[in-house]
Design a protein around this ligand. Sequence first.
Ligand code: DGY
Length: 322
Amino acid sequence: MSERRRVVVSRRLPSEVEAALAERFDVQLNPDDAPLTTEALRRAIATADALLPTVTDRLSAEVFDGASGRCRVVANFGVGVNHIDLAAAVRAGCVVTNTPDVLTDDTADLAILLMLAVLRGAGAGERRVRAGRWDGWGPTRDLGRRLSGKTLGVVGFGRIGQAVARRARQGFGMQVLAWSRRRPSAEALDGVTWVESLDSLLPQVDVLSLHTPGGAETRHLIDAHRLARLPAHAVLVNTARGDVVDEAALVDALAGGRLAGAGLDVYEREPVVHPGLLGREDVVLLPHLGSATLESRTAMGMRALENLVAVFEGRAPRDRVA
Ligand code: DGY
């Protein structure tokens, strides 16, 4: 590239990624890591050649309203793009890309971690030990339930859903049922049983793990009605997007004994967590850790950079979503 393109990066990124971006571009980094305001995002779209945002940035139509035609690409750091108004981005002349693949294994690992943590009471146990409230081992104390051999329902059968299914089958001998809007190929199913409707999958599972994209189409996909279809001994795990679950309905189901527990990595109003969840011993609550390893986050940054370079060089970016 002959000229150095101006790229605005919305949050702090792993140092290796920031160095690689600075080498290629006239880059505006965010060393303080404070999320950009709507006005700052608007300014970036109006004055830069590219924006590298992430899940904490709300890129509404308002942000794209001020577009001057300069910004060519919004290279999202992350696979989910439900925080971006894609139609508005396209109207403003911006290509939108994401970073799939590189975070699949870590996110799938975290879903399994949550299943184990909830079923084995790891969260409650850890809290008790730290609080000095553990007074010793006993044959009938702290009895959780086994994950191995149980039935898992996977909702959303893309890369991460498939990686979770593989772990569950191969690592834990689980029977796996799956539902998603489009029927996967036989190759992708690979021993997983396809179920035609979500409502008929729910009563059959011991653990339900969510892997759909976020956004209007999946908002409250798991609502009070669907929670009521789960067996009372079932556990819900969400590493997808918070608003896929009606959090208030989840709190009601747990409080009413209609669901045995939940493992959550994402929330409807992040970073705010429903107060009805905070005091419960039968839930494990993580701070959106799905892709939070140095390996994934570095690879995500490098993938975003690869997408930027492709657009600026006039090539089709590998991960175009709009
Ligand atoms: C994603 O990739 O969408 C994650 O939720 C952010 O790390």
